[in-house]
Design a protein around this ligand. Structure first.
Ligand code: SF4
Length: 440
């Protein structure tokens, strides 16, 4: 029996042609493109939960073509919203083959749009699949598989029991970065984000030993590549941070992690974080307008942090850790001035880089519901949900203004002049920290 695990091609930008050209030609955005075109940890984990007598093949369409002429018993596809139309096309091709395999789909889009997905495939996985996948395989062997497998019908996934993804199925030449997931869940529940809806508010973690084993296994196959933690908010659980960072230090790695801005509160913790190998923190600032931040979650969590943004960033960069900021444009109170404000904020605070994306009403989010009620979701295709294309009606800005503003901001941030200034700043920080270490 053979299973093909397929991650459909990822398109960074769909219709915003000027931005597409800029990203393609900009050496400064290389890190950014690499960051988002990683492999699917989820599929490699399902491969690890597949019995040994079944042959598993992993295909990443961003790097290799799909062998439509080969025979498989099961095609297992994962897809985000922007990948979903390609996922359906892949399903169609396999369905029309002489011996059609059973086609299954999972991931965020299919979970929130399961009725739509089930019109294109045989089986839909809703939510986390670690506990439903083995059941499906047993049902498949018995010829009794169902059309839907829902995570809520199974025990909640215990992260300490999640196996090591099968990194050996990857072609190491295709990836420069290794994605590792050490936790799931986020308690904050921002309206535009589906992380809390998909993984829940409760923070679930792998053990430090487990994380270390995963890193070591991944590096066996991928050699000395940059580690990226895919956890949406990695350091929420302060109780485990010390032990985890101690283990990461032992592993002698350089890593990038995603965190919320409160990580910048404590300079002592940042020093430990730096010592553990953290080189860059990816932080969601989202907006510089308190009214926009107020819309993002009912507790005003982000809004309350706004006045401390620069102070916390300085704490992080002074510890020698770069900050990669995530911002959203197209929020209700944005104007043409927003783009200049963002560019100035990024360069004044010496951010290592910035991801500036267009507000996107992803399925499953509270944002989609809010905008739908006021008829502000445009009738665009899912392939347009790239985060760089416009899918909403804005009360002030036209689609063109958003696209042009986005390009202008990227050009203001990703250029040689700012790169030199930023490098000079980090060099000074490095020298100061070196001097400080000598005097300790
Ligand atoms: S955007 Fe970040 S902080 Fe907000 S819910 Fe998603 S993961 Fe949590």
């Amino acid at each position: 029996m053979r299973i093909a695990f397929i991650n459909p091609i990822f398109t960074l930008v769909s219709n915003n042609d000027a931005l597409k050209e800029f990203i393609k030609d900009s050496p400064f955005m290389y890190f950014y493109s690499q960051f988002w075109s990683g492999f699917s940890n989820g599929l490699l984990t399902l491969a690890a939960l597949t019995p040994d007598d079944i042959e598993s093949v992993y295909i990443d369409e961003s790097h290799e073509s799909i062998p439509f002429n080969e025979n498989f018993d099961i095609i297992a596809i994962t897809a985000t919203t922007q990948q979903i139309m390609r996922a359906y096309a892949i399903a169609e091709r396999f369905k029309n083959s002489p011996e059609p395999p059973c086609i299954v789909i999972g991931g965020s889009h299919a979970s929130f749009m399961s009725d739509e997905a089930s019109r294109h495939v045989d089986v839909v996985f809703i939510g986390e699949a670690e506990n439903s996948w083995p059941q499906f395989l047993r049902d498949f062997r018995n010829g009794t598989w169902k059309k839907k497998y829902e995570a809520k019908d199974f025990p909640i996934v215990n992260m300490t029991e999640v196996p090591i993804p099968r990194y050996e199925l990857l072609n190491p030449d295709h990836f420069n970065m290794i994605w590792i997931q050490s936790s799931r869940g986020c308690p904050i529940n921002c309206e535009f984000c589906s992380a809390t809806k998909f993984f829940g508010r409760k923070y679930r973690i792998k053990t430090e030993e487990q994380v270390l084993r995963e890193i070591s296994e991944a590096r066996k196959h991928m050699k000395m590549k940059q580690i990226l933690f895919s956890d949406d908010n990695m350091f929420c659980n302060k109780d485990r941070n010390e032990a985890l960072l101690g283990k990461l230090k032992e592993a002698d790695i350089s890593f990038v992690a995603q965190a919320d801005i409160t990580i910048g509160e404590n300079p002592d913790f940042l020093k430990v974080l730096k010592d553990s190998g953290c080189s860059i923190l990816f932080i969601g600032f989202e907006s510089l307008d308190p009214r926009n931040l107020g819309l993002m979650n009912s507790t005003n969590w982000k809004q309350e942090k706004l006045s401390r943004y620069s102070e916390y960033i300085k704490n992080i960069t002074e510890a020698g850790i770069g900050v990669y900021g995530a911002f959203i444009v197209g929020y209700d109170y944005d104007t043409n001035e927003t783009f200049n404000d963002l560019a100035n904020f990024v360069t004044d605070n010496y951010l290592s880089g910035a991801q500036i994306t267009v507000l996107t009403p992803l399925p499953g989010t509270d944002l989609r519901e809010r905008l739908r009620k006021s008829n502000r979701v445009l009738n665009t295709g899912w392939e347009n949900y790239t985060f760089f294309d416009v899918n909403i009606n804005h009360p002030i800005l036209s689609r063109k203004e958003i696209e042009q503003g986005l390009l202008k901001t990227y050009k203001a941030i990703y250029n040689q002049e700012y790169l030199n200034r930023k490098n000079q700043y980090y060099h000074q920080v490095f020298l100061r920290n070196l001097e400080g270490a000598k005097n300790e």
